[in-house]
Design a protein around this ligand. Structure first.
Ligand code: ZN
Length: 88
């Protein structure tokens, strides 16, 4: 078995896992909301990982929630910004 092998139960658990609740709009962010299974730990050189999830919810304008994830995909903190510009 490979060292970083993730079994079916672990994958299902991570998808359903409630990671955090947005402090601004109370949106619940689950593993599936951040495509958690696509995060390749081998490519991450620095923990905690900062994942930015932009959303609107409960009539709250678009905002960015930064989620700090440790290498067990546990949330170590979060931050919200209302100032966002995404350029391509
Ligand atoms: Zn929110």
């Amino acid at each position: 078995m490979k060292k970083n092998f993730m079994n079916t139960e672990t994958r299902a658990f991570l998808i359903r896992k409630l990671l955090t609740v947005c402090p601004v709009c109370q949106k619940r962010i689950y593993g599936k909301d951040i495509d958690i299974l696509k995060i390749d730990k081998k490519k991450i050189s620095h923990w905690p990982l900062r994942y930015i999830h932009c959303h609107t919810n409960n009539n709250v304008p678009f905002h960015a929630l930064t989620i700090y994830l440790d290498n067990n995909f546990a949330v170590r903190g979060n931050e919200v910004s209302n100032f966002i510009k995404i350029e391509n």
